[in-house]
Design a binder for this molecule. Structure first.
Ligand SMILES: Nc1ncnc2c1ncn2[C@@H]1O[C@H](COP(=O)(O)OP(=O)(O)OP(=O)(O)O)[C@@H](O)[C@H]1O
Ligand SMILES: [Mg+2]
Length: 351
């Protein structure tokens, strides 16, 4: 099932609009951007000694979705996150959050958006070492000026939510890495943000704890239904968590799509290399590989949105094609062993 089942195209609401954003670094960055605008080329940047951390990046983040930004180190992921959260200013292009243009917003408006609309989690946890775990989690509410009782009560709620009750008076250094990041997650949620930004939150954790935290993250999202921008350089993680993934390479977005779209139709070699190792059966849905409805279909229908891996046994066991039903129960296709086998063998779609 898609992680986000709430939004259809009819009720889709855009929370972040990112349009032709460039982020340039170097002494001449502003001057070069002013002179060439969106016509900047690699040659011009090289000649002028300007570094482009983001190059002509456009995308929308929709309400309720998990939007993952994925790419190798240095591809511009954190730069885009910093621009979206108002921590960095795009050199060119525009960024709107909930309809407010970050470039023209007043300082007060920006602060209000940052404090009330956005929650942030960082790779290195960024906890305050001289504050207890409880006070760390309550800290964003202190910045907002909330009363002590209120903020401690809320922080306790958040501690229960991430499974840390009982450790209120620990110092951050007395916790494991996974526990410290739970504190980071709890802290980012205390202000009830609409948009949750996470920059490689699990990269510093070992693989088992990392997987536990990914499950925990999905559990929280099922409860909270936030709109999420999640940065990672790990394609497995991206596929597990994302509704949609934007792949960045050298400051550019080279492809945006669902995990299934990226895996079935990678836009270039760079994307293909990431997708190669992912078992197709864990990503491809029945709908994508099914054939046409045919006469004489019998047996219990297979769900069109089921993952091929989850129904493979049933289809392979049946000697005949099985009917495929959509969410209303209507039969919309047929699936047979040959199509399933092609996916299981990572061969793509059987003709
Ligand atoms: N303040 C800065 N001054 C100059 N160059 C910068 C600055 N910040 C980022 N860059 C450059 O911009 C590029 C993109 O950096 P960014 O931090 O966005 O990458 P990233 O995809 O988040 O990488 P990582 O996975 O290592 O965190 C890099 O080449 C980096 O060196
Ligand atoms: Mg980064």
């Amino acid at each position: 099932m898609p992680k986000n089942q709430n939004s259809t195209s009819a009720d889709r609401q855009t929370l972040i609009e990112c349009r032709s954003v460039w982020k340039l670094y170097g002494e001449k960055a502003k001057k070069v951007a002013g002179k060439h605008g969106q016509d900047l080329t690699s040659d011009i940047l090289k000649e002028e000694g300007v570094i482009s951390a983001a190059r002509n990046v456009s995308f929308d983040v929709n309400k309720g979705e998990i939007f993952v930004i994925m790419g190798l180190s240095g591809s511009g992921k954190s730069t885009m996150l910093r621009c979206m959260t108002g921590l960095a200013e795009p050199t060119l292009g525009s960024l709107k959050v909930k309809g407010t243009d970050l470039a023209t917003a007043s300082r007060d408006e920006l602060t209000t958006i940052r404090r009330h609309t956005m929650g942030m989690v960082f790779q290195d946890f960024a906890l305050l070492p001289h504050l207890s775990v409880l006070d760390n989690i309550a800290f964003p509410l202190r910045v907002q000026g909330a009363r002590k009782n209120e903020r401690l009560a809320r922080a306790r709620e958040m501690m229960a939510l991430v499974g840390l009750s009982g450790r209120e008076n620990y110092w951050p250094h007395e916790l494991s890495g996974g526990q410290q990041q739970r504190v980071g997650i709890a802290r980012s949620l205390t202000t009830e943000p609409d948009i949750w930004f996470l920059d490689e939150p699990f990269s510093a954790l070992d693989p088992l704890i990392r997987m536990e935290m990914q499950n925990e993250f999905l559990r929280l999202q099922n409860l909270l239904h936030k709109s999420i921008v999640f940065v990672t350089h790990d394609f497995d993680e991206a596929v597990r968590l994302a509704d949609r993934i934007a792949i960045m390479e050298g400051g550019r977005v080279v492809q945006i799509g669902t995990p299934e779209e990226l895996i079935m139709q990678p836009a270039n070699e760079y994307v293909a290399e990431f997708t190669e190792k992912i078992p197709r059966s864990k990503v491809v849905r029945v709908r994508t590989i099914m054939g046409k409805v045919q006469a004489g279909l019998a047996g219990a229908p297979v769900n069109a949105d089921a993952l091929v891996g989850d129904v493979a046994g049933k289809v392979l066991d049946s000697g005949d094609p099985l009917p495929v039903a959509d969410e209303t129960g209507q039969i919309i296709g047929a699936i047979e062993a040959r199509q399933v086998a092609a996916v299981l063998m990572n061969l793509g779609i059987a003709a």
